[in-house]
Design a protein around this ligand. Structure first.
Ligand code: PEP
Length: 252
């Protein structure tokens, strides 16, 4: 059985003081949240805090993640951070294609696929986000949208596709307090699972996370679905007690 993965996406939140308190709080509660079980726990932090959080999580069993990675290797790309730079800070996971980047920064499926490729070639696991808007769901296009988004990543990354993590994040559920029901989420996860199966014989290795207002109250039911292998958590990852409750739900 795959180890579940719980990744916190801090988004553009934090400060030196707040980060230290948050990481220490999670570290302190981690052993009792996990019990005898193992869950991979990741925090995806703003790029300027990678160095600080790299030190904070050392030896704690918490892995470091970034919220983005450049689609380029190096050079005249002001403001961007390359996969090799992330590797310098022991980053193990990089979120790519988050809907906030697709929407606010116009990232295309092809750019997201290239970002995943750069992460993989640096030995960083991309967490590839896919998900439909409310209008797309209401128009019955959910399956088409998520399959199109994942297909671009499969096309660019070929046999390496079994090394990625996928996060299904319905856009209408992100930061809204409106969660996909376990049945709705499982249905989309099953679609993604069969798309991965068709792409690689090692599809069983790929973890498919759910993200979108996952919280302490709804995590256990979502995480008990057969194709939900973990969560990508925004708001609730900023609260020690809530994040630990989600981790312990994944450890059940
Ligand atoms: C996210 O930003 O990836 C996310 C899932 O946010 P939230 O949990 O706040 O909906």
């Amino acid at each position: 059985m795959k180890q579940k993965l719980i990744a916190g996406n801090w988004k553009m939140n934090g400060s030196l003081i707040a980060n230290a308190a948050l990481v220490h709080g999670v570290q302190q509660g981690l052993a009792s949240a996990l019990g005898a079980k193992r869950v991979q726990v990741v925090v995806c932090v703003p790029a300027v805090y990678l160095s600080q959080v790299q030190q904070l999580v050392q030896g704690s069993g918490i892995d470091l993640g970034s919220q983005d990675v450049s689609a380029h290797e190096q050079g005249a790309f002001t403001g961007e951070v390359s996969a090799a730079m992330l590797k310098d800070f022991a980053v193990r996971y990089a979120i790519v294609g988050h809907s906030e980047r697709r929407q606010c920064h116009g990232e295309t499926d092809e750019q997201v696929a290239l970002k995943a490729q750069h992460a993989l070639s640096a030995g960083i696991t991309p967490i590839v986000c896919v998900g439909e808007t409310l209008a797309e769901r209401e128009a019955g296009k959910t399956e088409d949208v998520v399959k199109r988004q994942l297909a671009a990543v499969i096309h660019t990354n070929g046999h390496c596709i079994s090394e990625i993590v996928v996060a299904y994040e319905p856009v209408w559920a992100i930061g809204t307090g409106q969660t996909a029901s376990p049945t709705q989420a499982q249905a989309v996860h099953a679609v993604l699972r069969s798309q991965l199966k068709a792409a690689t014989e090692h599809s069983d290795r790929v973890r498919i996370l759910y993200g979108g207002s996952m919280n302490a109250a709804n995590a256990a039911e979502l995480l008990s679905q057969p194709d939900i292998d973990g969560g990508l958590i925004g708001g609730a990852a900023l609260k020690v007690a809530d994040f630990l409750t989600i981790i312990s739900a994944a450890a059940r």
